[in-house]
Design a binder for this molecule. Structure first.
Ligand SMILES: [Zn+2]
Length: 543
């Protein structure tokens, strides 16, 4: 016995001395989450020689690059993307099944951050009637707020409302987004009654107007854009008021025909404006200056608008990234000025990626093409009307068919049989690669491939009856520019970079999923996982 007691006391002593040496848990002063809308992971390397040392290269050279980060659901769109990054789960759980969807309960269209119970703040337009009310789970930013007894400050900003609101979560101090009708950052009564004075002052500077007062010219001489197709090519959308899709883009003139100050979204100056506002937010809100960790979410929306108009191989997109690299450098510098080098944890990722323009691939003899969804659904309706005496279709959106359950019940048809009949009919279209019914998804557990991704994007309460997948490089879009949403690598493979607080330099090619990001942040910050989290911490980052 005598020998045991000293050991017991010794261990008590060791425990208490350990507790004394680590009085406080180490944590960053500030977390900054950066999302680049529609950024593909390969852009880092494609534009590497054109980047400066303090933007993307700094994140790679001094931070950790998870080179094989993938979305693990469809559809790969902006709303679900931002929700998944910050909730650590997929639409099956967080409920943001698309940017907008057919709402089964009301029979109306639902926008992912629509909230008719709140009012606009900072504008008379309806653009402010937004909140995270449709998001069913907590975000990592919510968990940070809860863990600090609401002392941590969380603010989300972006040009797109959904890209500001979903990252900031339910308990955010604020989210601000851009109203192009007045060229200002606005919010909603979900967050506050009126814009803070500093936001009003920022808006008074009329920076959008200033940035649009000159033509968009290339930042380097045109002949140096060797990573892209010639400026004048047939795969780019010609803007209203232009004869060719080429530089210089005369913004002061184009503004008049293309929605005024809204046009900034589809120019690199949308990124400039976002960066300006992000830096102002950090300063005016004293972020990273208190004992609790603060969290700023910034999403750069413009690369997505530019990708949709011109595609990934355009001089426009290359110029956008060369310029974004400079904005990023400025933002990183401002973050370190705000809290000191090493005191901020920064990550950068994307909400989805994008395919090459299919028309371009077709010219390269690569299987690709365009789906005519409207025609497909019309012929389905005709078939169903002929067979069942009613089209039975309420909506086709986000590659999901919503059947009229009431009509099916009243006619005493069996839902599962109609679903299967529809699936067989749609499967015959040459562009359709596979079709899954809701019944199949409810009764099976897929573990890999596109069926797994369709299941992770399927929310039993909100999703449709029949889910359709198209062949690789087939999109429902115009023959210029591009769009995204598929389960294929070109849409799911995104960059993920960590930099700053407790991050060692390195990179990994291990496959990780976007849902692992929030779980990793929870481990780094020693806080609870978001309540629907299905991701795993990235082991080599949290060791
Ligand atoms: Zn997006």
């Amino acid at each position: 016995m005598k020998k045991i007691i000293p050991v017991f006391f010794l261990s008590l002593f060791l425990i208490s001395s350990f507790a004394q040496t680590s009085k406080t848990v180490s944590k960053p002063k500030l977390v900054v989450g950066i999302v680049v809308d529609q950024m593909r992971y390969d852009y880092i390397y494609r534009f590497w020689d054109k980047f400066g040392n303090d933007g993307f290269k700094k994140l790679v050279n001094e931070g950790f690059f998870c080179k094989n980060t993938n979305y693990n659901y469809v559809p790969t769109y902006t709303g679900p993307g931002h929700a998944s990054i910050y909730t650590g789960t997929t639409p099956a759980v967080h409920g943001i099944i698309a940017n907008d969807w057919y709402d089964k309960s009301s029979g109306k269209n639902m926008y992912c951050v629509q909230d008719d119970k709140v009012a606009s703040v900072g504008t008379t337009a309806a653009e402010g009637k937004r909140s995270p009310v449709n998001l069913l789970t907590t975000t990592i930013t919510d968990e940070l707020r809860i863990s600090s007894n609401m002392k941590s400050k969380v603010i989300g900003i972006a040009l797109k409302d959904r890209s500001a609101i979903l990252p900031a979560g339910h308990t955010a101090n604020a989210a601000y987004w851009y109203d192009g009708s007045i060229g200002s950052f606005i919010t909603s009564t979900y967050y506050m009654k009126e814009l803070p004075l500093w936001v009003q002052e920022f808006n008074k500077k009329e920076l959008a107007k200033k940035y649009l007062s000159e033509p968009w010219t290339t930042v380097l001489p045109l002949e140096q854009y060797t990573e892209s197709l010639p400026d004048d090519n047939k795969y780019e959308t010609i803007g209203k008021g232009e004869m060719k899709p080429v530089f210089p883009h005369n913004l002061p003139e184009l503004m008049k025909l293309n929605g005024g100050l809204n046009i900034i979204r589809a120019t690199p100056f949308g990124n400039t404006l976002t960066k300006d506002f992000a830096i102002q937010t950090m300063k005016s809100e004293n972020m990273g200056k208190s004992a609790a960790t603060d969290f700023l979410t910034v999403s750069f929306s413009s690369p997505d608008y530019i990708g949709h108009a011109y595609g990934p191989n355009s001089v426009e997109q290359e110029d956008d990234y060369i310029r974004l690299d400079k904005e990023l450098a400025e933002l990183l510098k401002a973050i370190e000025l705000q809290v000191g080098k090493g005191n901020a944890l920064v990550f950068l990722t994307a909400d989805h990626a994008a395919p090459e323009v299919p028309a371009y691939l077709t010219d390269l003899k690569i299987p690709s093409g365009y789906v005519k969804e409207n025609k497909m659904v019309d012929s389905l309706k005709k078939y169903l009307t002929k067979t069942y005496g009613d089209s039975l279709v309420l909506s086709f959106s986000n590659q999901q068919l919503f059947l009229d359950h009431k009509a099916i019940d009243s006619k005493k048809y069996i839902l599962q049989q109609i679903q299967e009949d529809v699936a067989l009919f749609l499967q015959r279209f040459p562009e359709v690669s596979e079709v899954l019914t809701a019944t199949t998804l409810n009764n099976n557990q897929f573990t890999e491939g596109s069926r797994y991704l369709m299941q992770k994007g399927y929310n039993a309460k909100r999703s449709g009856d029949v889910l359709v997948n198209y062949l690789p490089a087939y999109i429902d879009y115009m023959p210029t520019g591009t769009t995204h949403g598929s389960p294929y690598s070109y849409d799911t493979h995104v960059p993920l970079l960590f930099y700053g607080w407790n991050i060692k330099q390195g990179n990994s090619t291990e496959q990780i999923y976007i849902t692992d990001l929030a779980a990793t942040l929870a481990m780094m910050l020693n806080i609870q996982f978001p309540n629907g989290c299905t991701g795993k911490p990235i082991s080599f980052l949290v060791k």
